[in-house]
Design a binder for this molecule. Structure first.
Ligand code: NAI
Length: 321
């Protein structure tokens, strides 16, 4: 089997000045892609700007013989997204890959949620993916080829306390991934997502915030902290990038899928549906009395699209269980 190469391909990686994005950019560039290293710089909460992190990654790529250009526009506005795409077109004349990775964190208990905690998180993660991908999409449609990799999170797919804005944005990216996969299919565009787990400043902050073993401001349990330290050492962000690279490659056969990636393990997340319970005269009491059956995962399945789910529903109205 040959190595997966990206010669001739142009990739945009957002938020590539550090953490996971940097690793994605380094890997793609080492395999021959010309890379736009986008990063606004700034703090993890999204405050401030700094062109240095993106420039440093570009420097690193060039020193290793790769090709890259730095871009420090924010993905959080439509103009910023257009400018990121413009950087790619001006530098390299095409776009084959968009990795939507930029992110910030502003965790708060839900009852303390304010617009200034919520809006920037939605703007960077969810709308940011729109802002960059919409202008890139026209280019991809025209050339009949494209790969988009979105970055979702277990915090959104499974739920995690204090992360309502973040979780909603990340779950929104699941919906966007599914819809774009459907829209891109006829144009050679495949769209997938990763749900990473990696030791970056973001994970460090999440863990510190959760005060592992030390709720309510009490000092954390040293044994629990040591366990977390050992765990985080195995979570090399470079172990997420191979999954991103595969999903960004021409040979990637799947679209609309979500892959968990961390510590060298790759797995698939999916939305499944139970067979359910049917009664043409359904009452609230029926739901109560048949909850086990409704929730029973035996013979559950993964509907490919809303049509398949609808077909199942209609079939069950004609075949009484
Ligand atoms: P990170 O904080 O190291 O990287 C995020 C990067 O995005 C930073 O370099 C930051 O400057 C950049 N950025 C923020 N706002 C931006 C904007 N408006 N425009 C352009 N760039 C901007 O954190 P990490 O962990 O590398 O996060 C990367 C992605 O992975 C994020 O989307 C995050 O939500 C996601 N993720 C990470 C997990 C982990 O375990 N580290 C878990 C689940 C998801």
């Amino acid at each position: 089997m040959t190595d997966l190469r990206f010669d001739g391909r142009v990739a945009i990686v957002t938020g590539a000045g550090g953490g996971l994005g940097r690793e994605h950019a380094l890997l793609l560039a080492s395999r021959g892609a010309r890379v736009v290293v986008n990063d606004l710089g700034g703090s993890m909460a999204g405050e401030g700007t700094d062109g240095a992190p993106a420039a440093a990654v570009v420097q690193e790529i060039r020193e290793r013989g790769g090709q890259a250009v730095a871009d420090s526009h924010s993905v959080a506005t439509p103009e910023g997204g257009r400018d990121v795409v413009r950087t790619a077109l001006d530098a390299y004349g095409r776009i084959d890959i968009v990795v939507n990775n930029a992110g910030i964190l502003r965790d708060k208990p839900f009852h303390e949620m304010t617009p200034d905690q919520l809006d920037p998180v939605i703007e960077v993660h969810l709308k940011g993916a729109f802002h960059v991908t919409v202008p890139a999409w026209s280019v991809m449609r025209e050339q009949g080829y494209g790969r988009v990799v979105n970055t979702t999170s277990a915090a959104g797919l499974l739920g995690s306390a204090r992360k309502s804005g973040y979780g909603a944005a990340k779950a929104g990216l699941l919906g966007l991934t599914r819809v774009l996969a459907a829209e891109g299919a006829a144009h050679g565009i495949r769209v997938n997502a990763v749900a990473p787990v990696a030791a970056t400043r973001m994970l460090a902050s999440s863990l510190a915030d959760a005060r592992i073993g030390g709720a309510d401001g009490r000092p954390a349990d040293p044994a629990a902290l040591e366990m977390m330290n050992t765990l985080t050492r195995s979570l090399d962000p470079g172990l997420v990038s191979p999954v991103v690279a595969f999903l960004a490659h021409e040979d990637c056969p799947v679209s609309g899928e979500v892959y968990s990636a961390g510590a060298g393990q790759v797995a698939r997340f999916f939305v499944g549906r139970t067979r359910g319970y049917h009664n043409p005269a359904l009452t609230a009491e029926d739901v109560r009395d048949h909850l086990d059956r409704i929730r029973d995962e035996t013979d559950s399945f993964i509907p490919a699209d809303p049509g398949v789910e609808m077909a199942h529903l209609l079939r069950s109205t004609t075949h009484h269980p």
